[in-house]
Design a protein around this ligand. Structure first.
Ligand code: ADP
Length: 480
């Protein structure tokens, strides 16, 4: 089985294909580089053997008698290099003596030539076709046919000169420049190949990470797509399996808790009935109040579990529309709620669950405070922040860390009239966190509470997301 791993879409295969492609393209580019790369693609001057050739001719001419020298130099001519020897008193020798030369070029050529010469010459000159010296009459080359000729002249011990003329440049840059160019080209190429290769390998992993992140915004039954190379598919399958297992476990616990809560209703009803036989009216009233409170707590718990079990799909909807609807609904009932923020912003999330959250927050502001307001802000990164503020008593600082705990109520006697059981914020926090966001509370300066709901930017994956929802249809909760 392992033998065939290479045939499927695996990370190993992607890596091998990428590296093979990179190597192939590098070779191809190198060939193109040498074919069309101009001067800097040619081998350096030492590798051409040019220096040794010139040095050998200089040594031969130097060793010959003056009468032989001119003939020897001419006889050494090849297709690529021509030579000439000039007596100390000749016109060319005079021009060579008086010429202006680029000293660094001369020094470099001296360093190349000297190791191959028997005697260290006291004068070496190097110049190109653009130097006026190259116009000296009678030089053994055709300046029309060889417009980029190179010259090296060496003065012999008797003051005569030997001149070597490379008719065309067939060597490239000097070693240091060549090395730098090769290093820079290679570095650029390696960076480009690494970027492409790492993209190839990291894309499926990023896709998987994004799918897992999106999973939090989907109904509990949702699973992530098993796509990409074999190893990533395997991870996706394992996550899906784990998710299903966790889901089954949660469902079992929820069902059990719901059953317990439900079954508690019967003994509570019996207690209430038996309470009718208590003669002490004060004790009886206390008992009934406790029973009512327990009843409310059980009802709260049951509706919390029901909400939790409802698998609502994410939809794209207009968040300001939702907030304005809530504000209008309360204003209709005589509680003025102001909304500030954009008129239209699309958001992808569980519409009815979010409606419950914001309704609960606004209801709390009305129940416990006054002058409630809703503010919506959109951040540059696409995330949204909803502020629900009021001018009420706020929450004592020591109670702030506990307000999201189930059944936590700041002032039980105050809450008794308002009828809450302390599950609203617990449920709100669970819903907002399942959207990848968070909810925090802070007391305001000058009194009152500020609730901040942070919703991250949502990337629509196209899976488990239905079409745009119409806020006008949202006044009723969906039938469960
Ligand atoms: P409840 O059903 O009691 O309203 P919540 O979970 O919604 O439960 O709120 C928990 C407690 O936090 C409330 O009982 C109340 O004491 C406090 N609280 C919530 N919102 C406000 C607010 N806007 N101002 C003051 N206290 C608040």
């Amino acid at each position: 089985m392992r033998r065939f791993l290479f045939l499927g879409d695996t990370i190993t295969r992607r890596l091998v294909v990428t590296v093979a492609l990179a190597a192939g393209v590098t070779l191809l580019l190198l060939q193109l580089f040498f074919a069309f790369g101009g001067t800097w693609a040619k081998p350096d001057v030492q590798a051409t053997g040019l220096v040794q050739q010139v040095a050998t001719v200089i040594r031969l001419v130097d060793a010959a008698t003056p009468a032989e020298r001119a003939r020897l130099a001419a006889a050494a001519n090849t297709d690529t290099i021509h030579y000439g020897w000039y007596d100390a008193g000749s016109a060319v020798a005079g021009v060579l003596e008086r010429g202006q030369y680029l000293e660094p070029q001369v020094a470099q050529s001296r360093a190349f030539l000297e190791p191959f010469l028997a005697r260290k010459p006291d004068r070496i000159v190097v110049f190109q076709e653009d130097n006026p010296v190259s116009w000296a009459p009678g030089l053994p080359y055709d300046r029309i046919r060889n417009p980029d000729a190179y010259f090296v002249g060496v003065r012999l011990a008797d003051g005569s000169w030997i001149l070597g003329i490379a008719l065309q440049r067939f060597w490239g840059f000097y070693p240091f420049e060549r090395l730098m160019l090769q290093v820079v080209t290679l570095a650029l190429w390696v960076i480009a190949v690494s970027l492409i290769a790492s993209r190839q390998l990291s894309r499926p992993i990023e896709h998987l990470a994004e799918s897992v992140r999106q999973l939090g915004h989907q109904p509990p039954s949702a699973s992530i797509e098993e796509v990409g190379p074999r190893e990533i598919k395997l991870v996706a399958r394992t996550i899906n399996g784990m998710q299903a297992q966790i889901q089954r476990f949660i469902e079992y616990r929820t069902t059990m808790l719901a059953a317990i809560s439900h079954d508690l209703r019967t003994p509570l009803t019996r207690i209430r009935l038996r309470g009718e036989y208590i003669d002490d009216k004060w004790q009886q009233a206390n008992l009934f109040r406790d029973v009512d409170e327990m009843q409310a707590m059980i009802d709260g718990a049951l509706s919390f579990f029901r909400d939790d079990a409802a698998s609502e799909a994410a939809t794209m909807f207009d968040l300001p529309g939702l907030l304005q609807t809530i504000a209008y609904d309360y204003s209709d009932q005589g509680h003025r709620v102001d909304y500030h923020g954009p008129n239209k912003t699309c958001y992808v999330g569980r519409l009815y669950a979010l409606k419950r959250v914001f309704t609960n927050l606004v209801e709390n502001s009305i129940k416990y405070g006054k002058a409630p307001t809703i503010d919506l802000e959109q951040r540059d990164d696409g995330s949204l922040i909803v502020f629900v503020r009021d001018r009420g008593p706020g929450i004592p600082p020591e109670a702030l860390p506990r307000v999201f705990e189930p059944y936590f109520r700041v002032d039980k006697s105050r809450n008794r009239q308002t009828g809450g059981v302390g599950l609203g914020l617990t449920s709100a926090q669970a819903i907002i966190r399942s959207h990848g966001g968070d909810i925090v509370m802070e007391n305001r300066e000058g009194g009152g509470l500020e609730v901040r709901v942070m919703l991250p930017a949502m990337i629509q994956t196209g899976r488990n997301v239905s079409g745009p929802a119409h806020i006008g249809h949202m006044r009723e909760k969906p039938a469960r």
